[in-house]
Design a protein around this ligand. Structure first.
Ligand SMILES: [Fe+2]
Length: 454
């Protein structure tokens, strides 16, 4: 039997089991709460089932699992499995090692994902029965990204570009957002991926894939674009419309457990940098070069999409849309009047997109465009704590503290920062997405060279 609340359109979106697990709660299309699991477990990019994030979202909405109309998962595991199998067959017998390494996980967990999800959800609350669970729906990975980019944006009509590593098959996808629909236009599929190309350089420069990409972007201004030509001549065939193909001879991610191979090494002056070893000019030059290549691809894709859709606005999502330097160039040099980027552009935002796709695409509910700001409400969608709750916690832990008025606090913080102290700052609801936007931030004085040191 449907509860009273179940008919009032509560939808839970979930992304999990890859990286950046998250949950998001909607009521009648309005975002009530969204959070990443890593913020609760303190495991960066936590890929597990987002039990804390789900529990938080339901608490924030004051609803239970049985009140939900349905739960939407952010990708289609069976299609992903098909990609894994087909990739293996295309390269067989090369790749047997990574195939064998991946298979047990896939067979045990991912193929039975629906059962696993149900088990995890039922396990969230004592005494909760499987029969009380709402129906489960699945969206496609890039559909989730596209929905997360368009629906909360302040645009009635927009071109939508999603660029990431890979979901099921798509690695780059173009959409038209209009009214309450996002309509697919075209896509580029695995293994040809701008996100994976960038990650290959992240790996080669000694950083962690799916995590250290921002370090590569940060390193780029210190380098010279020395390898741009080498990249274009060997790794990526870029057409004038921005579509591309990678030469898989240089990469190992289809067949091995690494991103690059010996051919890649010889192209870029020797083996990869060992993680944590000193950075050299070569890494900075590599970073600058792949950054320039990425910007060029994004600019061309943007121009093509503009020509095809005649849209004034552009929405972006997918991990590559976290590359704010490339986004800045699209804004300054591209043909669009305005651009809007999903703050949780990576896979965490897939939870939000999946829920919104459930509401607008599956339910066909109309969309009311938010004209002041956007529907993400500054992306402040996570938990908050009152002063009383914080004080209670500190007392329980026997932690030393002082309570200051705002006036005293700001002066004190300014003094501490001026004397090269680092401040942990918490106020209001937590940000959803990778960026610290003043609610959970680490503050330091940017004028001091010491503050830049690792
Ligand atoms: Fe993605």
């Amino acid at each position: 039997m449907m509860t009273e609340k179940r008919s009032s359109n509560w939808i839970l979106g979930i992304s999990a089991f890859y990286h950046d697990s998250a949950a998001c709660l909607l009521q009648a299309g309005r975002i009530i709460a969204a959070a990443q699991e890593e913020r609760f477990t303190r495991k960066k990019h936590d890929p597990g089932f987002p039990r804390n994030a789900v529990q938080y979202c339901l608490r924030e909405g004051k609803v239970s699992l049985s009140d939900l109309s349905y739960i939407v998962f952010y990708d289609k595991p069976l299609v992903k499995f098909e990609r894994l199998l087909e990739t293996y067959l295309a390269f067989a017998p090369r790749g047997i090692t990574s195939f064998l390494a991946a298979m047990p996980v896939w067979l045990k967990e991912k193929l039975l994902l629906k059962d696993l999800l149900k088990k995890e959800l039922v396990g969230l609350y004592e005494g909760f029965k499987k029969s009380e669970l709402p129906p489960l729906l699945f969206t496609e990975h890039h559909e989730s990204h596209a929905a997360s980019a368009f629906y909360p944006s302040p645009f009635e009509r927009a071109a939508v570009l999603c660029v990431d590593g890979v979901g099921e098959w798509a690695t780059t996808s173009a959409w038209l957002g209009e009214g309450n629909r996002v309509t697919p236009l075209w896509e580029i599929t695995f293994p040809h991926s701008l996100g994976l190309l960038y990650s290959a350089f992240t790996y080669f420069t000694g950083f962690k894939v799916n995590s250290g990409e921002y370090k590569v972007m940060g390193l780029a201004p210190y380098g010279r674009p020395k390898y741009v030509k080498t990249i274009f001549e060997n790794l990526i065939e870029l057409k004038s419309d921005g579509t591309f193909r990678l030469d898989m001879e240089f990469f190992n991610y289809c067949t091995g457990l690494t991103m690059t191979n010996g051919k890649f090494d010889s192209l870029f002056d020797g083996p990869l940098r060992k993680p944590e070893s000193p950075l050299t000019q070569r890494e900075m030059d590599l970073a600058r070069s792949i950054q320039e290549v990425t910007e060029e691809v994004m600019l061309r894709l943007g121009r093509t999409l503009h020509r095809e859709t005649n849209a004034e606005n552009l929405c972006l999502a997918g991990g590559v849309a976290l590359n704010c330097v490339a986004n800045g160039r699209i804004l300054r040099e591209g043909p669009f009047k305005r651009i809007w980027i999903q703050p949780a552009a990576g896979d965490a935002g897939g939870a939000l997109g999946a829920a919104l796709a459930g509401w607008h695409l599956f339910e066909n509910k109309p969309r009311k465009v938010c004209t002041s700001g956007d529907d993400m409400r500054g992306s402040y969608l996570g938990p908050s704590f009152s002063n009383e709750e914080i004080e209670q916690f500190l007392k329980e832990k026997n932690a030393p503290y002082v309570r200051l008025s705002d006036e005293e606090l700001f002066a004190r913080i300014a003094d501490e920062m001026a004397s090269e102290k680092v401040i942990g700052w918490l106020q209001g609801r937590m940000e959803f997405g990778t960026r610290a936007l003043g609610r959970r931030s680490i503050l330091g004085d940017a004028r001091r060279p010491k503050m830049h040191e690792p």
